[in-house]
Design a binder for this molecule. Structure first.
Ligand SMILES: O=P(O)(O)OC[C@H]1O[C@H](OP(=O)(O)OP(=O)(O)O)[C@H](O)[C@@H]1O
Ligand SMILES: O=c1cc[nH]c(=O)[nH]1
Ligand SMILES: [Mg+2]
Length: 231
């Protein structure tokens, strides 16, 4: 199967995304917006789940109604930023099981480094939604999906909020069977492999952690030498 990229152009998603991107949006509102956008994206990304007929009784009459047809889902956020999308998705599909994959991008090589991996035992019976707000070089998403594929899931979809063209290309080539859903396809990456115009560092903006060491990359994707103020 060839991978497909769906960009959600729903006005509510686009409106919320513009506020999310704004550098003046603080941590609390940023988290709330990530959640709201994820909920709207979940609604769109689950549009093709098959339904089955069930007979129910309302207080007025017996009727044949629709329910989702025994589909088993798993949600797998890529730590940390992917966790910002998890609660909203779980509110929409509360019966989903949850796995976690811990990856961080090395600041020099920009390659993902794995530090955690715990998936539901029955992933081979499930359709998996991988969650991460940012698809930049595509390295983290591609590695996370390779890890998940070792457990033979029924299918994998990748949900992100902003995708760079470079990341889409890498993910499409490495996993052509995986459908990609995003709210925006941005212009390009900067010299530190941050998305332009993007929104900065998603994990830092969700959790309010600006700088992790003496030399780091700030939430705008620039190399900084001193600790900077957390918003
Ligand atoms: O497509 P890539 O070039 O791999 O970049 C995208 C990754 O970078 C960010 O995570 P980060 O490494 O900053 O970890 P964090 O979520 O802990 O902040 C983001 O949440 C993705 O996982
Ligand atoms: O722009 C980017 C790229 C990688 N990770 C982020 O959080 N933002
Ligand atoms: Mg980060």
């Amino acid at each position: 199967m060839n991978s497909k990229v769906t960009i959600f152009d729903h006005p509510l998603i686009q409106h919320k995304l513009s506020i999310l991107r704004d550098e003046n949006t603080g941590t609390k509102e940023f988290r709330e917006l990530i959640s709201e956008i994820s909920m709207l994206m979940c609604y769109e990304a689950t549009r093709d789940l098959p339904l089955e007929d069930v007979v129910i009784k309302t207080p007025m009459a017996t009727m044949t109604a629709k329910k989702i047809a025994g589909r088993k889902l798993a949600l797998v956020p890529i730590l940390r930023a992917g966790c910002g999308m998890l609660d909203a998705m779980l509110r929409m599909v509360p019966s989903a099981k949850v796995g976690h994959i811990g990856l961080y991008r090395d600041e020099v090589t920009h390659k993902p480094v794995e530090y955690y991996n715990k998936l539901p035992g029955d992933v081979d019976e499930r359709d998996v939604f991988v969650l991460d707000p940012m698809l930049a070089t595509g390295g983290s998403a591609a590695d996370a999906i390779s890890i998940i594929k070792r457990s033979n899931p029924r299918s994998i979809r990748f949900l992100c909020i902003i995708a760079a063209p470079e990341g889409i290309e890498v993910l499409t080539k490495s996993h052509p069977d995986v459908e990609i859903y995003c709210a925006a396809k941005d212009e390009k990456l900067n010299e530190n492999c941050y998305i332009l115009p993007g929104l900065g560092d998603a994990g830092d903006r969700i959790y309010g952690t600006d700088v992790v060491g003496e030399v780091s990359v700030d939430k705008r994707g620039s190399t900084v030498k001193l600790r900077s103020k957390t918003k």
